[in-house]
Design a protein around this ligand. Structure first.
Ligand SMILES: Cc1cc2nc3c(=O)[nH]c(=O)nc-3n(C[C@H](O)[C@H](O)[C@H](O)COP(=O)(O)OP(=O)(O)OC[C@H]3O[C@@H](n4cnc5c(N)ncnc54)[C@H](O)[C@@H]3O)c2cc1C
Length: 372
């Protein structure tokens, strides 16, 4: 538990885990500052703004969701949060019409933030002090408290506590000087990579596909894991004469081609998409994005896998996110909520979670932050 009634807390990462944790701590009256290396919130709940010019001098714009496809809500606490977010208009259910030969969804409905993927995180962080385009490359524990280091030096404020809410591979080097065991665990989480193709294609009204109404497919074979008509997702704008495609390659295919040039990957995934659709594509604009660390496989196990988060109260150091074995957006949310509860000593960390955490040899919660 935090010692001070108004503790100063740095949260590194403004994805869903960071946003949920920051908002809960802020709501409890603490002075929270969030740092993210990106230009805005959302992390892997990502939407790319694309802009391109055509020969006639016109500028065109489109927004494509190139990170998480959508998320499940199995846990009551997450369902509750989603109900609130839906009532406020930040999240919508999505039961996509699947292509006839698609594998089924593992769960339905899925949920997606609206009008774009980062919207929910932006909303959660509306009252939180945020610093964008700040890549944290070291954490120092000084007599005055935690200091946040960036390329150009140290951020001036000292903090009573730090929360790491970044993907495990990025958390590991920051944790290394302070918690070698955590850093080791984080560095071993086998995150799956994903090459993503996103693009806007011109639609030929005469083509057989123009009558096609499906909005998602999970092909059974080939390099593509997901094929999505982004303009048919909830709250997304459809433009006449355009089809907005987002295509995620399978982890195995991505791993094999991880270091290939983007142009080559674009060519391969475009061909795979055209093959899947059974007709050529006429791109107006298309790009690829490489996610080195997209999702941890659901079954990964390790020393920390029985925990939902880490909280070292004497040091004032916490970790949350999707690295604890319960993968995906829902896992990131639950992890962040559990960390915030432990920091606030609130009762919503379940007895089971506390027990498994104790069995892993860690302190569940202490009553103070000891100054270094
Ligand atoms: C292509 C793809 C498809 C996916 N599909 C699904 C799906 O269908 N369902 C599902 O549930 N999940 C899916 N996921 C996974 C899901 O997006 C993540 O599990 C979830 O968003 C993780 O949230 P997070 O807050 O833990 O981390 P992130 O969203 O990664 O947020 C971490 C934040 O930390 C910032 N950061 C990192 N390092 C630093 C640093 N040194 N200094 C400052 N800031 C830093 C990043 O910029 C980022 O904003 C998918 C992910 C990808 C990439």
């Amino acid at each position: 538990m935090l010692k001070r009634q108004t503790a100063s807390i740095a949260v590194i990462g403004a994805g869903l885990a960071g946003a949920v944790c920051a908002q809960a701590l802020r709501e409890a009256g603490h002075a929270v500052q969030v740092f993210d290396k990106a230009r805005g919130a959302g992390g892997r709940l990502a939407t790319r703004r694309m802009e391109w010019a055509t020969d006639d001098g016109q500028t065109h714009r489109a927004r494509l969701d190139h990170g998480a496809v959508g998320f499940t809500a199995r846990h009551a606490a997450f369902q509750d949060a989603i109900s609130h977010a839906m009532a406020d208009g930040w999240v919508a259910p999505w039961s996509p019409e699947l292509a006839p030969d698609s594998l089924p969804l593992e769960a339905s409905p899925l949920y997606v933030p609206t009008p774009d993927m980062p919207a929910w995180c932006r909303h959660l962080l509306a009252d939180v002090d945020t610093h964008w385009s700040v890549s944290v490359d070291r954490l120092l524990r000084e007599a005055t408290g935690w200091r946040v280091g960036t390329g150009d030096g140290l951020y001036p404020d000292a903090f009573d506590a730090v929360v790491m809410a970044v993907p495990p591979a990025q958390a590991a080097p920051l944790l290394q000087p302070h918690h070698e065991d955590w850093a080791r665990f984080a560095s071993l989480v086998p995150m799956q990579p994903c090459w993503t193709l996103m693009g806007v294609a011109a639609v030929d009204a005469q083509a057989p596909s123009s009558g096609r109404s499906w909005s998602a497919a999970r092909p059974e074979h080939g390099p593509l894991g997901w094929v999505i008509r982004n303009d048919r997702r909830p709250g997304r704008a459809a433009v006449e004469g355009q089809a907005h495609w987002v295509v995620h390659a399978r982890p195995g295919w991505t791993r094999l081609h991880l270091e290939q040039e983007p142009d080559w990957v674009k060519q391969q995934l475009s061909t795979a998409l055209a093959d899947y659709l059974g007709e050529p594509l006429c791109w107006m604009h298309a790009v690829v994005h490489r996610w080195r660390y997209a999702v941890p496989p659901p079954s990964h196990l390790g020393a920390g896998a029985s925990a939902s988060h880490w909280w070292d109260a004497p040091r004032g150091l916490g970790v949350c996110g999707d690295l604890f074995g319960s993968s995906g957006v829902e896992g990131a949310f639950l992890s962040a909520r559990a960390l915030a509860a432990a920091m606030l000593d609130a009762p919503d960390m379940s007895v089971h979670e506390r027990q498994t955490w104790r069995e892993a040899g860690h302190v569940v919660a202490q009553t103070s932050i000891d100054r270094p």
